[in-house]
Design a protein around this ligand. Structure first.
Ligand SMILES: *Cc1c(COP(=O)(O)O)cnc(C)c1O
Length: 376
């Protein structure tokens, strides 16, 4: 069976973990965390990058930093992971779900504009499959209405929009290093703070509401309780594992892109014959091959294709159930405007196996199986 995902492993992670053990510093913000932060700050050109236990935790930090409270409205796509919404629901916000554009499954800027009210505080964009949202339109809207822009870039490390790395465009950006993402340490994440006025508070929130990070830099001689906060730190053991993956980021990216391009080439004929639809990458976007998805005619055909591929030894999986149709989504938010694409398109999406080290032979096997299904 070709699995849908295999956690990325370069092969030398255990040496870095051993080194972390020898340095006698295992808590957060140690030397390996510092190395990962510096890598992100240099590679992404952001003001400040801090490691968190997950993207979920980083999103919770953005809600605290944006001072979202009871009755505030936050706009986001319904087609996303629960954490995008949960982070703001935890602060008492009303979630305003809007439609996506079908080509990218990213938030529709027109629907976003339509959902803005005097209570709107933030727009949360999700770069689905590592392909950028229309950031020029979103930033323009945010500036006009004085809103925060938070990029849920969980899937988008190493992707860019008009040459700008994703995660570094809005006021804040978040990444995930969960085992299903391109770069991993099992569970982990990062917060990019692009607005310099938020950096000091971000460091305090991360360290349980204390100024411990200033203490470690020698700026203050003891650390004290300064603000609300939590333990938003990543263990050094995880940071050590992650540091190896970031050191090999170009190699991992190239390997994934090769598989992605092979899928695209191998299925092009079926896209041309309109048996299936393939992913759409807008001209301004450079993507990171986080995901290769196809769209079947409808949900029933998707179920049949999943079953057939399983018989052929290929694990293909659907993705999000739109949040506005879930129990919690109905309780904590509402859909604004027409659900023209979110529900129908979400029922057609099927993700194919894609991970670092996936062989060309396995990609070919998947492509052949899909062709065989449509010849039947
Ligand atoms: C994976 C993912 C998350 C959650 O990441 P964790 O690190 O598991 O918390 C959030 N948003 C999106 C869009 C994701 O793909």
């Amino acid at each position: 069976m070709i699995p849908f995902n295999k956690p990325c492993n370069i092969g030398t992670e255990h040496e870095a973990i051993k080194q972390a053990m020898n340095q006698q510093k295992l808590a957060g913000n140690g030397p390996f965390a510092e190395k990962c932060s510096q890598w992100m700050e240099a590679r992404l050109g952001c003001e400040k990058a801090i490691l968190t236990p997950s993207c979920t935790a980083a999103l919770e930090m953005t809600a605290l930093l944006a001072e979202i409270g009871e009755g505030d409205e936050v706009i986001m796509p319904s087609y996303t992971f629960v954490s995008t919404a949960n982070a703001f629901v935890l602060r008492g916000a009303d979630i305003r779900f809007v439609d996506v554009t079908p080509g990218t499954m990213n938030i529709d800027p027109d629907q976003t504009a339509n959902a803005i009210t005097s209570r709107t505080k933030a727009i949360v964009v999700v770069h689905y499959a590592g392909v950028s949202c229309d950031m020029d339109r979103i930033m323009e809207l945010a500036e006009k209405h004085h809103l925060w822009v938070i990029e849920d870039a969980a899937q988008a490390l190493m992707s860019s929009y008009r040459g700008k790395p994703l995660g570094s465009i809005g006021h804040m950006g978040t990444f995930s290093f969960h085992e299903t993402k391109n770069y991993t340490c099992g569970e982990g994440g990062a917060l990019l703070v692009n607005d310099p006025s938020l950096i000091e508070r971000a460091e305090i929130l991360q360290e349980k509401g204390t100024d411990r990070s200033q203490f470690l830099k020698g700026v203050v001689d003891k650390y004290t309780w300064r603000d609300i906060g939590s333990s938003f730190l990543l263990s050094e053991l995880n940071a050590a594992y992650l540091s190896v993956q970031l050191d090999h980021a170009e190699k991992i990216n190239a390997n994934r892109i090769r598989s992605w391009n092979n899928y695209q080439k191998g299925l092009q004929e079926l896209f041309d014959q309109e048996m299936l639809e393939g992913p759409h990458i807008p001209e301004d976007c450079e993507h990171n091959a986080h995901m290769f998805y196809i769209k079947t005619k409808d949900g029933q055909e998707r179920s049949r294709l999943i079953a057939y591929l399983k018989e052929q030894g290929v694990m293909a999986v659907p993705h999000y159930v739109p949040l506005h149709s879930s129990d919690a989504g109905k309780r904590f938010g509402s859909f604004i405007g027409e659900d023209r694409w979110t529900t129908v398109e979400s029922e057609r999406i099927l993700r194919l196996p894609l991970y670092y080290g996936l062989t060309e032979k396995d990609v070919d096997h998947g492509i052949t199986a899909i062709h065989k299904y449509f010849q039947k």
